[in-house]
Design a protein around this ligand. Structure first.
Ligand code: NIG
Ligand code: FE
Length: 421
């Protein structure tokens, strides 16, 4: 887990490229501003008690006056970049689903696998059988793996419980992960992820979620947001409106799975209802782009899901050119994106969505924080923000960090002022 000391006072010197430093948080960064990410060459950064306290160019380095309890790290030209902010994950789940992976290689589609009782319902079966403590243990192992890869904040959804008891179990596990204080963890109630067997229709199940599960989630303060899989064959506009209205009345903003396979007016509905984010957007119409551009709703692209399911990629270039604050997240889940590698997701933003490296980096840090309402805390390395960062292997530029797609990036990772192995 933790190595080294730090957490007290830390000075990182001779940084080749210091990314995201400033005197005020950056986010959200919209449209053309996404290219304005501050990058300081030959720089230093000072940290105290897990927060950034100062920084600047080596040419103006004031020198060290107080050596008391100070750890000095020579970055020797390495890049120092804010930790990734993963604004969309299903990290709490019982087990992987590699059988379905093989089924897909043999020719079945994601929808065909779901129709045979695979997919989300398969994960729900496994989760219901697992104890809360066992679920916590497997989820903690995953979270630690993400932190080692340089992820400095995550969102975690429920949605594999699909009944009162199991949805609460998932959210309690997510809250327990947050209570460890390793990194900020935001939780999202996604009871309307799929309609389990035994329900006559999506509306009847949504009413159960609204009337019985949502109040319990709110009562126990288990969720920061609400989500629903707004998609043909899952939940429609009526169910989405009902859930979002009821959640809003109880103080929960929305982050919605929408337009993964089809465009059916879900984006406009979510924007109208003031959703914090709309996620997936593999299929997007011009009208949706215009709606998003004139709103504060953050569009979240999930390119690892597109890669894994061989879906179209979210039109990132179009969204940025329209002026949106595009975010990129992993969607880490056992069915459609079994990877928490946000570095790879950001590189796919370049390779498949037409983003320049600096824009993809912003999408996976600054704008990921905006999609979680955490802009003040994470996503950049401004004074006062959390000292969660990646000291990369030697790189010549920010561009190289995303060009070398999938290659391990981090030499060292600092999470809230603690070195992680
Ligand atoms: O974001 N689209 C809906 N939910 C997940 C997939 C969940 C699963 O297959 O287990 C997603 O892709
Ligand atoms: Fe998802």
């Amino acid at each position: 887990m933790e190595t080294g000391f730090a957490r007290g006072r830390l000075l990182i010197k001779d940084i080749g490229h210091l990314v995201g430093f400033g005197h005020a948080p950056l986010g959200p960064m919209k449209g053309a501003d996404m290219r304005q990410l501050p990058v300081l060459e030959d720089a230093w950064l000072a940290i105290e008690e897990g927060r950034v306290i100062d920084g600047g160019a080596m040419a103006e380095f004031p020198g060290i006056t107080d050596w008391n309890g100070l750890e000095v790290v020579e970055a020797s030209g390495r890049m120092v970049s804010p930790a990734w902010v993963d604004s969309h994950t299903h990290l709490v789940h019982a087990a992987s689903r590699e059988r379905e992976f093989v089924d897909r290689i043999r020719g079945l589609s994601y929808q065909e696998i779901a129709a045979r009782g695979g997919g989300i319902l398969n994960s729900a079966r496994a989760l219901r059988e697992m104890s809360e403590d066992a679920l916590f243990d497997v989820s903690l192992e995953r979270m630690e793996r993400l932190i080692r890869m340089g992820t400095g904040a995550i969102e975690i959804k429920s949605g594999y419980g699909l009944d009162l008891e199991s949805e609460l179990k998932m959210l309690r596990v997510a809250r327990r992960l947050g209570a460890l204080d390793r990194i900020p963890v935001k939780t999202t109630f996604l009871g309307c992820h799929a309609v389990p067997q035994g329900w006559s229709d999506a509306m009847a199940y949504t009413r159960y979620m609204v009337d019985e599960v949502l109040p319990a989630v709110v009562e126990e303060e288990l969720a920061d947001h609400v989500d629903i899989f707004c998609e043909e064959g899952y939940f429609g506009l009526e169910e989405t409106r009902l859930l979002l209205e009821q959640a809003r009345l109880r103080g929960l903003p929305a982050k919605v799975h929408v337009n993964q396979f089809t465009a059916g007016g879900g984006v406009a509905l979510c924007v109208d209802m003031g959703a914090m984010s709309v996620d997936h957007l593999e299929v997007l119409e011009a009208q949706d782009v215009a709606e998003l551009a004139s709103s504060e709703t953050v569009p979240v692209a999930l390119p690892l899901c597109s890669l894994f399911l061989d879906l179209p990629y979210t039109p990132g270039r179009t969204l940025v050119d329209a002026g949106c604050a595009l975010a990129i997240a992993t969607d880490f889940n056992p069915g459609s994106a079994p990877s928490g590698n946000l570095h790879l997701a950001a590189s796919l933003g370049c390779l498949r969505m037409g983003l320049e490296p600096v824009e993809a980096l912003v999408a996976a840090t600054v704008n990921g924080a905006a999609a979680l309402g955490l802009s003040d805390q994470v996503g950049g390395l401004a004074v006062g923000q959390e000292a969660s960062l990646i000291v990369t292997r030697p790189l010549r530029s920010v561009d190289e960090a995303l060009y070398a797609f999938g290659d391990p990036l981090a030499d060292r990772v600092l999470a809230r002022g603690h070195w992680v192995s």
